[in-house]
Structures are given as structure tokens and as C-alpha cells.
Design a protein around this ligand. Structure first.
Ligand code: GUN
Ligand code: ZN
Length: 441
């Protein structure tokens, strides 16, 4: 028989779906679940979700069912800010942002002009992400075009929805890690035209942050985004007090840090700013008005000692800002999005409020997808969306098993996972309907 080949697969387990926004609605009402649920996928898209007993009858003959009964089936986690070349310097001791960049990060990033090296590092990074249920990410590469090709090539092997870009830096970095306003523009443009929209790849224009770019480079960056508004953009802002002062010295004519990016046309839908801990009211209003997002990087903010991001303040205001959750490895100290949620919870506690578990899981999935303006495709389990899933074993350690025996409410069970769980809790990860990680193998 002629016609297109149908690849129908299904996942059976405790399926969770976000049906609302837990920062606007009652958090518990923003989640629906099917304790014996089924998600049916066909050629990488979700075609049905609901009770297994009902849906199983609709499966065509020969459809493969992956049985994860007793485990949670979540949307794959979306890490909206991470540096893959920094995997090798995760857990580097004793420095805050600027010293940490100079001592550990720049020497590591200098190696990524070597394509083979970059390929191997990209593979290690992706395996770590998959082992932690991360199915999409917005990734910083290095100034070398090779580092970008390597990452996109490796991600394409799994048809992963990945956003990535060549870091642009033309000052305040070692000579072997500097481009120029012109070469940064030219190389970024070529990479964008090569990769954006190829399979599930997205190009993100990536000036590292204001201190490592001249005004000329930021000007060229704005021009490139104007020519290619379909691309994303990522950079850092307001992470560390010393950095803030430095930006004030380098860009005295601008009212504040975000004002620099405003001036050069780097704010808007699809622009994701890492950190944003010390934003003033003018900057927050600007992010709201322009649809610019923040990547909240909790383990990085505690590990490098940057400060406490006010996640509630960015939502509970008349001018809310899109916020997603991110590992920010290697500043971040973990690839686990569960650990990242735990640290987000702890950071909120230190500011006098408790992040609700549904809010935490939302930030790691829908929230991050929204920062990238990809929430119609990733970050949730709904018909028509892409088939990326994280399967969580709710009984992954002796302590978790013990603690879980003292509760039977879903919300508490989810909270226990994000506080006590880590990579050991990830039973399997699916991208584009296919298993890319399984704990049992
Ligand atoms: N600011 C500029 N570059 C970086 C980086 O690589 N990591 C973090 N955490 N902050 C930055
Ligand atoms: Zn970063």
C-alpha cells in the first residue's frame, strides 16, 4: 500500500498537563492529571491524551506502547539558558561572576575552535541534559562558528528543538576569544541562515553581555535582529552588583543596564535575558512592554553568589514578565531541573514566600517555552504539540520512598520530587516521540 508511513507510539503512566497559569489561577487548578493516562504520538506530534482505558482502544495495530505505569509523564523540561562549553568547568571553586569568567570560563571556551573537541563536548552536554529530562534548551556556544555547528549537528541527530547561537564578544575578553563588530555580525548571519528553521533548530543571536561588546557590536547585533526578526536573541543582564557598576562605567549615557539593550534594539519578543536580579522599575516595565523574557537561573545565582531573583514579583504585578527556569551550567551547579526547582523554592523562601510546586514545574516547562515564544509547540502535553516528555520515577531513592509513604496527594508528591529528586528520578526522556534516555538501559 502506498502513502505516508505512520509511526504511532504511546506512553502510558500518570500523565500531567498544564491547563492554566498557576501564577494567575489557583495553582492546583492549573494542572490536570490522568493517573492511568495515555499520550498517543504520531510522527513526533501528540495526537491524543487522556484516560488509558478509553484511548487504548483507538491505537492502530502495531502501535508501540511504552508502559510507565506508576510514573509521572511530564512535558520535557525546557532549559532556557545554558552554556554547553562550560560543562567542563561546572563546580569551579571560589569566585564570583567576573573573576569566575576570567579564571574558569574563558580558558574553557577558548578550546571550542576545534570541531572535534566541540563535537565531543556537545555530545556530553546533550547526554547530561537527556539524563535530566531536558528536551529543549536555549544554548550559548562560544565565539567560534565550529562550536555552533557542533551543537546543532549533535542536536539534529535527535531532532531536538534547540535554540543556540555564536557568542559575540569584541572587548574585555582574551584576544583568542574576541571577534569584531563586523566578523561577529557576518558569522552570526551565516550561522543563522544555515541553521534557523532547519528541522527543529532555532538560531538565537547571542551577544554575551554589554561589558564584552562595544557599542558598535551591539549596533550590528540590533541590525542583524532587524533583518532576521524570526530569530531569537539571548544575553545576560543585572546578575551581579560589580557587573552593574561596570556597565554604568562603560555605558554612562544610558539610564540603566536594560536601557543599553533598549537603545540597540535588543528587546522584544524572543529576546531572553539571563538573570535580571537587580532590575529597577523602569527596566521591569520595559521588559513587560516589549515582551522580553527573563531566564531565572537559581543554582547559578546561589553558586556564584549573585543574589536572589524575585520570581513572584515578576508575576504578581500589573506588568508581568515572562520567566522561565534555567540551569545556566557551568555557573549553575546542576543539570537537574528538579534541583533547579528546589533552589528556586529556596530562593523564594529566603525572600519570605513559598513557590508553589505547580508554579515550579510550570516555570521549568511552559514558562521556559513561553520565554522562547515556543509554547504552542513545546512545554506541555496537548494535542498538536511536539512529542517531548520527561518520565519521573516517584520512588527513585530510599528516602523518597520513605517520604512518599506519608502522603497521597499529587501536589505533595510533586513537591517531594523537586526537593529530594535529581537525575536518579528521571526514568526516561523522549524527544520527537523517541526515547533518547532510559534509566534501565
Ligand atoms: N555573564 C556573562 N557571561 C556569563 C556566563 O557565561 N555565565 C554567567 N552566569 N553569567 C555571565
Ligand atoms: Zn549564562
Amino acid at each position: 500500500m502506498q502513502g505516508t508511513v505512520r509511526t504511532v507510539t504511546a506512553l502510558r503512566g500518570h500523565v500531567l498537563q498544564f491547563c492554566g497559569d498557576p501564577f494567575c489561577d489557583n495553582p492546583s487548578d492549573a494542572l490536570v492529571d490522568w493517573s492511568d493516562g495515555l499520550v498517543i504520538t504520531e510522527n513526533g506530534k501528540i495526537t491524543a491524551v487522556g484516560d488509558a482505558a478509553e484511548l487504548i482502544k483507538s491505537l492502530p495495530e502495531g502501535a508501540v506502547v511504552h508502559d510507565h505505569s506508576g510514573k509521572f509523564i511530564l512535558p520535557g523540561f525546557v532549559d532556557c539558558h545554558v552554556h554547553y562549553p562550560q560543562t567542563e568547568v561546572i563546580a569551579s571553586y571560589g569566585a564570583q561572576l567576573i573573576e569566575w569568567l576570567n579564571t574558569y570560563t574563558f580558558p574553557a571556551e577558548a578550546k571550542f575552535g576545534d570541531m572535534d573537541y566541540a563535537r565531543r563536548a556537545a555530545d556530553v552536554y546533550l547526554q547530561q541534559s537527556f539524563a535530566n529530562g531536558i528536551t529543549s534548551a536555549s544554548v550559548y556556544c562560544t565565539i567560534h562558528p565550529e562550536s555552533v555547528d557542533a551543537l546543532f549537528e549533535q542536536a539534529a541527530r535527535h531532532n531536538m528543538r534547540v535554540a543556540a547561537g555564536k557568542v559575540m564578544m569584541d572587548r574585555n575578553a582574551p584576544a583568542n576569544l574576541r571577534d569584531t563588530a563586523q566578523s561577529g555580525y557576518d558569522q552570526s548571519k551565516a550561522l543563522l541562515e544555515k541553521w534557523h528553521g532547519k528541522g527543529r533548530a532555532l538560531y538565537s543571536i547571542t551577544p554575551r553581555f554589554a561589558p564584552t561588546s562595544t557599542p558598535e557590536q551591539l549596533e550590528a547585533t540590533g541590525a542583524l535582529w532587524k533583518e532576521h526578526p524570526e530569530a531569537l536573541l539571548q544575553t545576560h543582564t543585572s546578575e551581579n552588583r560589580q557587573e552593574l557598576e561596570w556597565v554604568g562605567e562603560l555605558y554612562p549615557e544610558h539610564p540603566d543596564y536594560v536601557g543599553v539593550y533598549e537603545h540597540f534594539g535588543l528587546l522584544g519578543k524572543g529576546s531572553v535575558l539571563g538573570h535580571g536580579i537587580y532590575l529597577n522599575d523602569r527596566e521591569k516595565a520595559l521588559l513587560h512592554e516589549t515582551g522580553t523574557s527573563i531566564a531565572h537561573c537559581p543554582t547559578s545565582n546561589t553558586f556564584i553568589g549573585s543574589g536572589l531573583f524575585d520570581v513572584r514579583g515578576s508575576h504578581f504585578t500589573h506588568q508581568p514578565i515572562r520567566v522561565g527556569l534555567a540551569t545556566d551550567v557551568g555557573g549553575g551547579s546542576s543539570f537537574s531541573m528538579l534541583t533547579t526547582m528546589r533552589t528556586a523554592y529556596e530562593i523564594a523562601q529566603l525572600q519570605g514566600y513559598s513557590l508553589h510546586p505547580v508554579q515550579a514545574y510550570y516555570l521549568a516547562t511552559v514558562g521556559s517555552a513561553k520565554t522562547l515564544y515556543q509554547d504552542d509547540k513545546i512545554g506541555n502535553i496537548k494535542v498538536g504539540m511536539e512529542a517531548d516528555f520527561a518520565v519521573i520515577d516517584p520512588l527513585s531513592t530510599a528516602l523518597i520512598r520513605h517520604r512518599m509513604s506519608y502522603t497521597n496527594t499529587l501536589i505533595e508528591q510533586l513537591f517531594i520530587q523537586m526537593i529530594l529528586g535529581d537525575d536518579r528520578a528521571i526514568a526516561a526522556t523522549y524527544i520527537d516521540g523517541k526515547c533518547v534516555f532510559s534509566k534501565s538501559t
